[in-house]
Write a protein that binds this ligand. Structure first.
Ligand code: HDL
Ligand code: ZN
Length: 418
């Protein structure tokens, strides 16, 4: 390929042909039942859209929370899709999903027609169709061993599903040990609030037992912008003496998602979280002090991204991934992805969907392909200008590395189970 036109066409074709691994979602395999959200009422009551609703109508949050789910969806459809033009990233996403299924995307009646369509779908085959439309081969879940609704399902034994991988989510342990240690104790582990050597050994046993039960591809935690390591804290002791040793034993990475400012506005609940710039010295200390652990990391603040790339150049056990949450907008995805390619080549994972509702993967991955095509095409055009030829095989290998192999290798997906 010599000219930019043929390069762009080849990049678009290869992006279309390759099935990606969605490495962080809040989707659930069918055997986890009602935890899995799908359909138009769930799409409309996504917390991203709830935040946007309150900016465009007189409904007070407390009035909204008193409504039923269908009434909330109706309020959002009326406000953001009928009375206003759905131009935000999340609102346009719903339009893209309805359009992908050939459903009407505007007018008062469109909601009723969408509800009828989704009510007719059988979940198992619907999942297959949605993943096909999204161009993903599998999705990585978020599974909480202390969630009162989810844990019993795993403890009773759930079937594996070829399209879903499990993740052991640690927020209730690392961020809420003082109020949650009793739930670990209730499951038969001799733990208490204070972290003695014996208690830490029991936490390791709890984590190991859940690794055997869930077979997670990584462990994960979402951390505030104020996260510090090392520090004299329960979180720091649990990380050093329980979580990281068990991750190492099971050869899985620890995923750190850093930068959330929890409940900036509690009145709007899940939509109420904000963002803050993190101190990356803490991440640097983790990568340096635990060279045999692997860290799969996403940062929420745009202001952290350049320093993040520099840090990733220093530590091969640090894998940047995704343009997370408030960063998953084309204008910012472009900036972040270009600086990652410029500093890290193809040794990072550009995106995850963070989907909470099944059908969101359709628009989130369509947007990723649409945003990445010109970035990758420009990358190859510059290389041609500077004296290298670029072949379709190279483009295919690079995209496969970005959206599959980097994760498979880093998470040791194909390694023998310890
Ligand atoms: O902690 C996380 O995994 C975040 O992704 C939160 O779930 C957040 O609410 C979210 O949905 N972001 O997209
Ligand atoms: Zn998430």
């Amino acid at each position: 390929m010599e000219n930019s036109g043929s390069i762009r066409q080849t990049v678009e074709q290869e992006l279309e042909n390759i099935r990606f691994i969605d490495i962080h979602t809040h989707l659930f395999k069918p055997s986890l039942g009602a935890l899995g959200l799908w359909g138009v009422d769930e799409l409309l009551t996504y917390h991203y859209l709830e935040a946007e609703l309150f900016r465009s109508c007189d409904l007070k949050p407390e009035q909204y929370w008193d409504l039923s789910k269908p009434q909330r969806a109706q309020a959002i459809w009326k406000t953001l899709f009928v009375e206003n033009t759905p131009v935000s990233e999340s609102a346009r996403g719903v339009v893209a999903v309805l359009n992908a299924f050939g459903l009407p995307t505007e007018g008062k009646e469109a909601l009723a027609e969408a509800r009828k369509f989704f009510a007719e779908q059988k979940l198992e085959e619907h999942i297959g169709r949605v993943f096909e439309l999204a161009g993903i081969s599998e999705a990585v879940m978020t599974n909480d061993p202390l969630d009162p609704n989810e844990a019993p399902l795993w403890e009773a034994g759930t079937s594996e599903h070829p399209l879903f991988h499990a993740v052991l989510r640690l927020d209730r342990i690392l961020e809420g040990w003082s109020e949650n240690w009793r739930h670990v104790e209730a499951k038969g582990y001799k733990v208490e609030a204070c972290l003695s050597g014996k208690v830490l050994a029991e936490v390791r046993r709890f984590l190991s037992d859940w690794c055997v039960r869930m077979r997670p591809v990584y462990m994960a935690v979402s951390l505030p912008d104020t996260f510090q390591f090392p520090e004299e804290s329960t979180r720091s002791h649990l990380l050093s003496n329980a979580v990281l040793p068990v991750c190492h034993e099971f050869r899985i990475p620890l995923s750190l998602m850093i930068g959330v400012r929890r409940q900036v506005n509690p009145a709007i609940r899940l939509a109420g979280d904000g963002v803050g710039k993190a101190d990356l010295r803490s991440l640097e200390n983790l990568c340096r002090n635990f060279p045999n652990n692997r860290f799969l990391v996403s940062l929420l603040s745009r202001e952290n991204q350049h320093e993040f790339c520099v840090l990733a150049r220093k530590f091969r056990n640090l894998m940047p991934f995704g343009c997370w949450w408030f960063l998953n907008n084309p204008s910012i995805v472009e900036e972040i992805t270009r600086e990652r390619i410029e500093m890290l080549g193809m040794s990072f994972i550009p995106q995850h969907s963070d989907a909470r509702v099944l059908e969101q993967v359709i628009y989130k991955w369509r947007n990723t392909r649409r945003t990445l095509a010109p970035i990758l095409a420009n990358t190859y055009s510059l290389l041609v200008e500077d004296g290298r030829t670029v072949t379709r095989e190279q483009v295919r290998a690079d995209i496969t590395r970005l959206f599959r192999k980097n994760f498979e290798n880093f998470a040791c997906i194909n390694c023998p189970i310890p």
